[in-house]
Design a binder for this molecule. Sequence first.
Ligand SMILES: NC(=O)C1=CN([C@@H]2O[C@H](COP(=O)(O)OP(=O)(O)OC[C@H]3O[C@@H](n4cnc5c(N)ncnc54)[C@H](OP(=O)(O)O)[C@@H]3O)[C@@H](O)[C@H]2O)C=CC1
Ligand SMILES: N[C@@H](CC(=O)OP(=O)(O)O)C(=O)O
Length: 367
Amino acid sequence: MPDQQPLKVGILGATGTVGQRFITLLSTHPWFTIHALGASSRSAGKPYSVAVNWKQTTPLPSLIKDIVVQECVPQAFAECAVVFSGLDADVAGDIESAFRAAELAVFSNAKNYRRDPHVPLIVPLVNPDHLSILPQQQALHSPPLTKGFIVTNANCSTTAHVIPLAALEKAFGPLDALMVTTLQAISGAGYPGVPSLDIIDNVVPYISGEEEKIEWETRKILGGISTSDTLQEFDMHADTPLKISAACNRVPVTVGHMINVSLQFARRPPPSPQQVCEALRAYQPDAQLVGCPSAPLQTITVHDEPDRPQPRMDRAFQEGAGVSVGRVRQCPVFDIKFVVLADNVSIGAATSSIINAEYAVLKGVVQ
Ligand SMILES: NC(=O)C1=CN([C@@H]2O[C@H](COP(=O)(O)OP(=O)(O)OC[C@H]3O[C@@H](n4cnc5c(N)ncnc54)[C@H](OP(=O)(O)O)[C@@H]3O)[C@@H](O)[C@H]2O)C=CC1
Ligand SMILES: N[C@@H](CC(=O)OP(=O)(O)O)C(=O)O
């Protein structure tokens, strides 16, 4: 890829929280160049700088300011080799499906197609090999497709915890049980999101649909792909049924989801906390090894200090592309417990889509 011309990419939902992070990351990307931006009819027809309520901590890139925002229709994105979606889930289903039918390669953050049996749900630092389902997705589409497809990335809390979980399964074999309690940032709810009077001086112990997503998506991501007759199927971690219980909370933090994890391994005796720390530090995902430019150099940063990671101090490390783990210790109920922190808008959303697309380019999946 490095010797070729940059590939033209589009962004759907370009004015939103995730869309703005796409703009920030893609405006300096070595392989991709922003070609088209889409949002609702409220924004369409306006220069991006007028349509957007820019909330990033870095300035709006000057090359993007004058791009006129389009309606989210495939014709406006026909020249794009890749289309990233940060669309509101209320509209993502129909729009992404229309883009796929128009032979466009869609990399989505929305939840709509994550449970589709032919759509891969990929956390790029864990299971990019699930791209292998795409020929089946294209063949079963009516009419069959040659270039169009949908790849989804996961819920932002799911993304945060599956990265250390994948590292531990790689080192010590399958997990058997998992309890997770999230402390999720306000930005996870988009903009303007949670009303200030609900979240200042408060914690809200409910996020609609979140616990179910974490419990279900984790199995699809950590599971493999099996073949029955001629069809490939996601096995949902079938060899070792994985018991998961999630409890989700919204906390008054702007960016950075923190998750307390307690887990039990299938193997006996389980690894020690020190062995777990070593395995987390040593984890090198395929996306890093094959040279995806947005993959973090250090996927999992393990803190020895007893009071880290913390959202304000650790979320920006490596532009939010990795995760931070701390407080690795023995669990008196299960085997091991720890805390993990991830930037919900970067590796929890836009960065994951971008690494997925980089991996697809390297594997020749994007044409
Ligand atoms: N925020 C996060 O941390 C994460 C979010 N996600 C998912 O990513 C997606 C985007 O989230 P987020 O950026 O937070 O959401 P926002 O509410 O901040 O942004 C939504 C975007 O969708 C656009 N949109 C809304 N209605 C329409 C429509 N009818 N037609 C076309 N475009 C429309 C908006 O455009 P306009 O400005 O014109 O209204 C805006 O660009 C969601 O599906 C979310 O669930 C996933 C992981 C993490
Ligand atoms: N629900 C998440 C963000 C999100 O949009 O998730 P999903 O893409 O799974 O709907 C949060 O509030 O932090």
